[in-house]
Ligand binder design. Structure first.
Ligand SMILES: Cc1cc2nc3c(=O)[nH]c(=O)nc-3n(C[C@H](O)[C@H](O)[C@H](O)COP(=O)(O)OP(=O)(O)OC[C@H]3O[C@@H](n4cnc5c(N)ncnc54)[C@H](O)[C@@H]3O)c2cc1C
Ligand code: SF4
Length: 538
C-alpha cells in the first residue's frame, strides 16, 4: 500500500514527485515507457528524423473517412514528451486566464487568475532553470522576481535578424529557455549550446526535462520509487474513491492501491484512462474540449545571407499576441525552432517534394520561424475510448486568424527584413505536442471534471495534473503552466493531506543538477528502480 501513486512521469507527474518527495510519504511513479538511453544517436538527425527516432508506436482511430488512422508523434519515456521538447517555457499571459474573444469564437476564462498562479510560475522557473531577461517581453504579466538565469544571447545571423526586425518597430525578446547552462562561465554547467537540442534528447542531460529536473532529483529520496514498463489499464472505484489500480508491469498483470492517485498521462491518455475506467465523468465532460494549438513553420531565406548559427532558438516576438491594428483579435506567438537539419526539412516540407540538394540549400540559408495560435475548446473535439482503442475526434478551428498572422508577418516584416523566399508547413493531426483540455477544472461539477485543486469532483482521492485541467491555453507553450499548476496542486496535497507547509522558491533551489553534483545518489537509486532496461547515465 502506497501513500501516493503517480501515473505518468512527464511534466505533471514529475513535478508531483519532485514536490511531494520531502514529505517522507511512500510514493510510487508508474511509467509505461522506459528510460531513453544516453547514446550517440541522441544527437543524430538521420536517426531522430527517421522512422524510429524514439517515437512510440501508437495508432488512433481518426475523426472521419478522410483520416481513418492517426499516427501521432509521441514519446513514452521516463520524462514523457519533455525528453524531446524544445525547452522553450513561458508563462501564459494574464489575459489567458480570462475570457477572450477570438476571430472565430471565445476562449473561456479560468477559475483561478494569473495572480494566483504567479508564485507557482516563479517556482516552476526555478526548478526548470529558465533563462530570460525580465521586462523585454511587453505582453508578459507581473513577475515577483527576476528570471533565475540570464538569457541566451543571439548568435551572428540571428543577432542581425533581431536588429532588422527591431528596426521595423517590433519588440524582439530573448527566448525563455530551460537549459542548464551558465552563460558567462559555461564550464560550470553541462549545456554546450549545440545544434541538436530541438527536437532531440540531450545526450549530456543538460536540458531541463522532466527526467533530469524532476524525476531523478525526486528519486534521491528513499521514499520515492519508479517502475518503468508499467502501464496502468484501469482505475477501480468503490464508494467514491479509487481503491485499486490495475496495471501490467513488464507485461504481467497486477494490482496496487494508494491513499491518493495522481493521473498525469498527458491530456489524451489521461482522458482515455478515465473513460475506459468509467470514473470521474458524471459531467460527461471527460475527453471533450480537446485543444492542441494551431502551429506552422516558415523557413525564410535571404539568398545572399548564410545562416551558420549553431544554437538558433533565441529570438521571440509577442507583439501580435492580442492582435494587430488590422486584426482586432488574438494572433499568437513567434519563435524560432532549433536550426533545421536537411533531414528535418525533407520531412517538414514533404508536400513540396524537395530534392536533397534543395533541402541542404535551405539548411544553409534559412531562418526557421515557428508560429503558435490558439485553437478553441469545442465539445465535439473529443477523445473517445472504443473497443479498438482511442478515437481522436478532432477538427482544427480558429485557423483563419492563424493564416492571416502568417501572411501579415511574412509580407509586412520578413520581406522588409530582406527575406525573399518562404517555405511553409502547418502541423496537422499527428502533432499533438500541445495537447490539453480533456478534464477541465472549474467551480461547477456539472460542467467541469475537476475542482479548482484539480481533484475529481466525483472522487475523494483522484487528482489529474497534466494539461487536461486547462479550460483554454492561450498561445504560449504549455509546459511551464503544467509545472506551475502541478506545484500548486502538490502544495494543496501537502497542506490538506499531510499537514505540511506552503511552498516558496526556496523549495526549488538552483542546484547544478544531478549530473554535476549528485552522480552517486543516482547509483544508489538504480537498485530501487524496477523494470529499467538501460542507461542510468552519468
Ligand atoms: C517535439 C516536441 C517539442 C515540444 N516543445 C515544447 C516546448 O518547447 N515548450 C513547451 O512548453 N512544450 C513543448 N512540448 C510539449 C511538452 O512536451 C508537453 O507539454 C509536456 O510533455 C506535457 O507533460 P505531461 O506531463 O502532460 O505529459 P507527457 O510528457 O506526455 O507525459 C505523460 C507520460 O505518461 C505516460 N503514460 C501515459 N499513459 C500511461 C499509462 N496508462 N500508464 C503509465 N504511464 C502512462 C507516458 O508514457 C508519458 O511518459 C513539446 C512536445 C514535443 C513532442
Ligand atoms: S547541450 Fe544544451 S543545447 Fe545541446 S542538447 Fe543539451 S541542453 Fe540542448
Amino acid at each position: 500500500m502506497y501513500d501516493v501513486i503517480i501515473i505518468g512521469s512527464g511534466a505533471g507527474g514529475g513535478t508531483m514527485a519532485y514536490t511531494l518527495a520531502d514529505t517522507g510519504k511512500k510514493i510510487l511513479i508508474l511509467e509505461q515507457g522506459t528510460f531513453l538511453p544516453r547514446e550517440k544517436r541522441n544527437w543524430d538527425p538521420h536517426f531522430i528524423f527517421g522512422e524510429d527516432g524514439y517515437k512510440a508506436k501508437v495508432e488512433w482511430i481518426g475523426p472521419d473517412e478522410k483520416q481513418p488512422v492517426v499516427k501521432p508523434i509521441v514519446y513514452h519515456r521516463v520524462g514523457g514528451n519533455t525528453k524531446m521538447y524544445g525547452a522553450l517555457l513561458h508563462r501564459q499571459r494574464p489575459e489567458d486566464f480570462t475570457e477572450v474573444q477570438h476571430k472565430e469564437g471565445i476562449s473561456p476564462g479560468w477559475c483561478v487568475g494569473y495572480d494566483e498562479f504567479e508564485p507557482y510560475y516563479m517556482m516552476a522557473e526555478h526548478v526548470m532553470k529558465i533563462h530570460g531577461n525580465a521586462g523585454e517581453d511587453k505582453t508578459s504579466g507581473f513577475r515577483s522576481g527576476p528570471f533565475p538565469f540570464k538569457a541566451f544571447p543571439h548568435e551572428g545571423r540571428i543577432a542581425e535578424v533581431a536588429q532588422d526586425l527591431s528596426n521595423l518597430g517590433l519588440n524582439i525578446h530573448h527566448s525563455n529557455l530551460a537549459l542548464n547552462r551558465d552563460i558567462d562561465e559555461p564550464w560550470r554547467r553541462p549545456c554546450i549550446a549545440c545544434n541538436t537540442c530541438d527536437p532531440f534528447p540531450c545526450m549530456v542531460h543538460a536540458k531541463s526535462d522532466a527526467e533530469t529536473s524532476l524525476i531523478r532529483p525526486a528519486l534521491k529520496h528513499k521514499n520515492v520509487s519508479l517502475w518503468t514498463n508499467s502501464k496502468v489499464n484501469r482505475l477501480v472505484e468503490e464508494n467514491g474513491k479509487i481503491t485499486r489500480i490495475e496495471l501490467e508491469k513488464d507485461g504481467v498483470p497486477m494490482e496496487l492501491s494508494a491513499d491518493i492517485i495522481i493521473v498525469s498521462c498527458g491530456a489524451i491518455n489521461s482522458a482515455a484512462l478515465l473513460l475506459k475506467s468509467g470514473v470521474a465523468n458524471s459531467s460527461d465532460q471527460v475527453g471533450r474540449n480537446f485543444t492542441k494549438h494551431n502551429q506552422s513553420g516558415i523557413s525564410a531565406i535571404n539568398p545572399d545571407k548564410e545562416n551558420d548559427v549553431i544554437f538558433q532558438k533565441t529570438l521571440g516576438c509577442h507583439d501580435f499576441y492580442h492582435g494587430s491594428p488590422e486584426h482586432p483579435y488574438p494572433l499568437g506567438t513567434i519563435q524560432l525552432t532549433g536550426k533545421a537539419h536537411y533531414t528535418r526539412i525533407l520531412g517538414d516540407y514533404s508536400h513540396l517534394d524537395l530534392s536533397i540538394e534543395d533541402a541542404k540549400r535551405m539548411q544553409r540559408l534559412a531562418v526557421d520561424f515557428w508560429f503558435t495560435s490558439e485553437d478553441l475548446p469545442d465539445r465535439k473535439n473529443r477523445i473517445e475510448w472504443t473497443d479498438k482503442g482511442i478515437k481522436f475526434n478532432y477538427r482544427p478551428n480558429n485557423r483563419k486568424s492563424h493564416f492571416e498572422f502568417l501572411d501579415m508577418f511574412q509580407n509586412k516584416y520578413l520581406r522588409k527584413a530582406g527575406f525573399s523566399e518562404f517555405y511553409r508547413s502547418t502541423k496537422e493531426l499527428e502533432f499533438t505536442w500541445h495537447q490539453a483540455g480533456t478534464a477541465q477544472f472549474g467551480t461547477d461539477p456539472k460542467t467541469s471534471v475537476l475542482d479548482p485543486n484539480c481533484k475529481a469532483w466525483d472522487l475523494d482521492n483522484l487528482y489529474v495534473v497534466d494539461a487536461s485541467f486547462q479550460p483554454s491555453q492561450g498561445a504560449t507553450n504549455p509546459t511551464l503552466t503544467i509545472i506551475a499548476n502541478a506545484i500548486r496542486v502538490a502544495e494543496h496535497i501537502k497542506t490538506a493531506w499531510f499537514a505540511g507547509d506552503k511552498l516558496t522558491t526556496k523549495d526549488f533551489p538552483l542546484s547544478d543538477g544531478y549530473m554535476a553534483d549528485n552522480a552517486t545518489a543516482n547509483i544508489e537509486v538504480t537498485a530501487r528502480v524496477a523494470g529499467d532496461d538501460d542507461s542510468w547515465g552519468a
